[in-house]
Design a protein around this ligand. Sequence first.
Ligand SMILES: C[S@@+](CC[C@H](N)C(=O)[O-])C[C@H]1O[C@@H](n2cnc3c(N)ncnc32)[C@H](O)[C@@H]1O
Length: 277
Amino acid sequence: MKSGRVSQTALKVGLIVIALNEKVEWKTRLPQRLAELTERLILAAGVLGYGRRMISLNKKRWSIRLYEYFETKTPGTFEGIGERKIFMNEQVLAAIKAGAKQVLVLGAGFDTLCLRLAPQFPRVEFCEVDHPATSAAKAMGITQEGQPENMTLLAADLNETPLSVLMKKAGRWDTSAQSVVVAEGLFIYLTEEVVLQVFREVAACTGAGTWVAFSHGVMIKEHRFANAMLRLIGEPWLSSCTSADLPGYIGPGWSVIATQGAGSRRNLEAFAVAEKL
Ligand SMILES: C[S@@+](CC[C@H](N)C(=O)[O-])C[C@H]1O[C@@H](n2cnc3c(N)ncnc32)[C@H](O)[C@@H]1O
């Protein structure tokens, strides 16, 4: 991905969530305040082309029809994002109930999970990591919303900085605590080698019983048009795997304890939870 530029795919996911919230059936399904907060974070980031006018056009009926059309071509790119947001939210709530004391969101983009849940769980530590330009843009919105005391934003390129080094430096992160790590819409943008490294690094900076809730590409090569578009914007898809190949994709030391959407090979992404052994 192009360094120094706010992630276009992170902005796109944000717009999709805002548009999806315009559909009555989704308004009640999506986590509360998700769409409103996403809108405010994107506006506060002040990225050229992502102002009030764009957000308003994005909510129009024709725009939603366009998203629905693209979803027929690449399943999982509109309502699938809503399913992904719900899955990650539920897994984090379940992990906290099961004893997780820390939440780490990797490649957070304009996601609102930490901002929404940190005030609800003041004894849990929340942390986000993203590429420096995207992290800086997100930070403007977080400051505007009021950064919860138990929430930290870290900027790093996961291709270059080992996660365990970053988290040890972060100060407030307890490397022996049971945690839950979210990697939503991230691994598809990392090579298989880097995905393996991220799982190794998560294992090195978290305690027993830690979960990683993640999405992964399934058959990315089949979505030729979308692949071409992403290469064009400089954020190409780099890895995917079927659910049968998941153990090799995430590497040793992890056990897959839940999957969703793994049955359909047409869907761009499937979701899973891995537990640290
Ligand atoms: C498709 S967006 C998903 C954003 C967010 N997780 C969501 O679902 O709303 C991908 C995110 O991964 C981040 N990302 C991609 N490659 C990265 C890397 N090497 N290091 C850190 N973050 C990265 C991008 O900056 C972007 O925010």
